[in-house]
Design a protein around this ligand. Structure first.
Ligand code: ADP
Ligand code: MG
Length: 255
């Protein structure tokens, strides 16, 4: 058997240790986002090159103001870059219009934010149903709530649930439409340590059981160990990408 060709010196370096046999779903090249505030230009992202792979769990780690939310908004089709390119599989998102971005978000992306944004007058099940009713291939809302460990809370109203439980309802709502990617912006930011870990365990479980690609944005370095890859961002730049040989269980995280 002939040996497979080895890459010649001078070939483009592959991205740092992509998980084996996985295809990139997102490809970002030379991406920038600037906000113009009157006379002032704020550079939120610059020179961003990034590949995200099918089924991986990434943590995007950086200080407040480093550009994490800007990056997540662009990945999720809520914003477009000022320069550079972003592609999701065969969807060219770079110059996509509102209609294309809306259908991209609807079909492919689930969002989880720091604050849960549940409707107070609706039960957990009804909050999830809001999404499943307008989705093409939804999960049963009760199944989604069982997946986040709330099978015994389906008829509770948000006010009858703890902060961590409300966040788990928000996660159930995000996964119920069966998105390809789950984008989470500081999902434990409003939670205490113990409840925050439970929420991270749910995200880990979703990634492992459903194979959903998960990106978690955080300023909390302790979370990095649960990821397949950690993307460090500072002043709008990706400064480093690390692969973890082993993902630690969120239960083992200390902060
Ligand atoms: P992070 O999520 O890491 O805290 P952001 O992506 O929210 O960072 O912000 C990155 C930079 O861009 C910050 O300097 C912030 O002030 C600026 N920025 C974010 N959103 C806007 C906006 N809508 N208008 C102007 N500046 C913004
Ligand atoms: Mg942010």
């Amino acid at each position: 058997m002939p040996a497979p060709p080895s890459p010649a010196a001078g070939d483009a370096t592959p991205p740092p240790s992509p998980p084996a046999e996985r295809q990139p779903v997102f490809v970002l090249r030379d991406l920038a986002r600037t906000y113009t505030m009157g006379e002032v230009e704020v550079v939120a992202l610059k020179d961003v090159d990034l590949d995200l792979y099918q089924g991986e769990f990434v943590v995007i780690l950086g200080a407040s103001g480093s550009g994490k939310s800007t990056l997540l908004n662009i990945l999720g089709g809520m914003d477009t870059p000022s320069a550079g390119t972003i592609r999701y599989l065969d969807h060219e998102l770079t110059n996509a219009g509102d209609t294309a971005l809306t259908s991209f978000r609807r079909e492919h992306v689930g969002f989880v934010f720091q604050f849960y944004n549940l409707i107070p007058s609706l039960t957990a099940r009804e909050n999830v149903q809001l999404v499943t009713e307008i989705s093409e291939h939804p999960m049963d809302p009760v199944e989604a709530l069982k997946l986040v460990g709330l099978g015994d809370r389906i008829d509770h109203f948000p006010a009858q649930l703890s902060g961590g439980e409300q966040q788990r309802v928000a996660i159930a709502r995000a996964i119920a439409k069966q998105p390809d990617i789950l984008l989470c912006d500081e999902p434990t930011g409003a939670l205490d340590f113990r409840t925050g870990k439970l929420v991270l365990e749910v995200l880990d479980h979703i990634n492992r059981v459903l194979g959903t690609t998960v990106a978690v944005i955080t300023h909390n370095a302790a979370i990095a160990g649960m990821a397949d890859r950690v993307i460090y961002i500072s002043s709008g730049h990706i400064t480093r990408v690390e692969s973890n040989a082993h993902r630690i269980s969120p239960a083992e995280i200390e902060w």
